[in-house]
Ligand binder design. Sequence first.
Ligand code: ADP
Ligand code: MG
Length: 698
Amino acid sequence: MDSLARLFAPETVAVVGATDREGSIGRTILTNLIEGFRGAVVPVNPDREEVLGIEAVGDVADVPDADLAVIAIPADPALEVVRTCGEVGIRNVVLISAGFGEMGDAGTARERELASIAAEYDLNVVGPNCLGVISTSSGLNATFGPEFSLQGPMSFVSQSGAFVTAVLDWAKDQGIGFEHVVSLGNKTVLDETDFVREWGDDPGTDVILGYLESIEDGRAFLETAREVTDETPVVLVKAGRTEAGAQAAASHTGAIAGSDRAYDAAFEQGGVLRAESPQELFDYAQVLAGQPLPAGDSVAVVTNAGGPGVMSTDALGASRLSVASFADETIDRLREVLPEAANVYNPVDVIGDADLDRFRKAMDVVFADENVDAAIVCSAPAPIVDYDALAAVIGDLHEKHDIPVVSCLMGGNRTRSAGAVLGEYGIPNYFDPARAVDSLSALVEYREISRREYEPPTEFDVDRDRVRTILERVRSRETNRLGLEALPILDAYGIPTPPGRLVESPAEAIAAAEETDGPVVMKVVSPAVVHKSDVGGVAVGVSQDEVADTYDALVARVRQYQPDATVLGVYVQEQVDVERGVETIVGMNRDPQFGPLLMFGLGGIFVEVLEDVTFRVAPVGESEARTMLDEIEAAPLLAGARGREPVDRDAVVDVLQRLSQLVTDFPAILELDVNPLVATAGDAVAIDLRLTVDPDRL
Ligand code: ADP
Ligand code: MG
């Protein structure tokens, strides 16, 4: 057993701060521990011979064979106790005490000291400032909460201790049990990633769920989640969706990418199901713990009333699931077992006068159909249906046919005991058919996650030195931004750009224009100008004889906008047939937790208005890049809407991967936009570039 597993299954627990003073935390913890714990409990209190009738010791050093110390004394002495634990070899500590990072500068200093003691002695510390830890298989309640937990196949980690107490109270009422529960507190040493990793290998945990407000080390979390979610579903609520004000960014990507986009992307890539509310969290966790994964996406609905059937089909229509179409023999057999007025097509309506036997026969036929991957059973109260008996029949048939089933026995009080019967079969019961559909969707989503293979990113052959040389130029600039003059960076990474170059005089511009056939595009290049077309700095369709005048006009316009602006020159570029393609954007913004966040979406000058974009944490593999193309609203445009040819998806996917490698190779690139990347039937070409560079990271 590794040392963290020992935290949940200790043999001897020392309780530092144990006391019999009424209403104290120390007393509550001791009481909770002696109630169900099968190992030994030793109170530690220098002022008492015994506490609550148990012999006490004066110092945690007197219980060196303890494998867990629960500490509930003020912060300063608590730090000393943690050190003593390290010295005598007690490896696991639950630090209930407050007075750390949440308490200003003095607390922050204590928290740093705690981290260094833990590192010195290799301690597993939960907390500080937490409610504690529960492990039902060992009867361990090392919390000061008012509730213990029923035993069950889920393990729950929470950043809020208060939420744990509420959940424990509610869960008991619902018949929901846990294997382990951890209140993380300030996460100085152990954080969510440690428990997700630990529980991924825990035979008692079928589903991991959590309530988080932040993730400490995004990269470690993502890597751990990728491994764990192959075998064990992870469902998380990440609270704090709204941004605390987007950072002032010089790129479209930076303006749109917020930390919540990073969480969404990382959860998607790590195979974590994101729940939007506590209710969803437990809906998903329960169905994942109780029901098998469906083989396909087709759902049958059996109901005794039209309304719930309609509600179910509406919800199915809006979901990733589909309404199953039955095999012919299913319809024939339903005709045999149902009265003429019944509906034998999906949703099957056994009608309001159905008794238990009719309900059973209909379900038996439907569940057996090869085309049915999952089922929703709905019922409204009727005088001849006893919900408890119906619940037992649903449970039996679910076991017989081994398909996932969720139920909507609708009503109030009368559904209580039926809900408990269903619960024994792991079948959730809802009032609202939409919730039933959401739960089945979560099963399907997890099925896909468990099947997918992690695919490492492709390594392209690139010219790093050339990129470094170009990025170095930022040192001599008045801002840390580079623009079109840095376009050769993309070329060095194999991303196609149209012929073109930066020129510094009208004469040079004419020479550059003569190198290309037909009209050219001319764009002013100045560190003072972030969005060139906003200041009239882009001229499209410039014929050869207009080149010189356009040069002067573009420079004049920038000077008008900002008289002392540095103008590096004008970029003369071959004109691309934008009309026949789609202007997309690929970009990157660096997230403090997750690192480079890659963006793909509909590009052009209205990016921020439309915000039709999607994100992934870089580096991305090929199939991750490919799914980005399907995720934007404008996906049909890429597929060739309105008689246009579909764009070359492979070319776009290739650019995404190469850009992913570029931003991974160069942490000095803080943010970057390629807008637009013009995708046509034959290629994907980058015609604009903007990036922010931190020269200290070069
Ligand atoms: P900025 O984003 O700074 O305004 P861009 O270089 O992106 O400057 O140009 C703005 C718009 O001009 C593009 O979205 C595109 O519609 C058009 N454009 C720019 N370069 C070309 C080109 N080489 N060929 C055709 N159209 C272009
Ligand atoms: Mg642009």
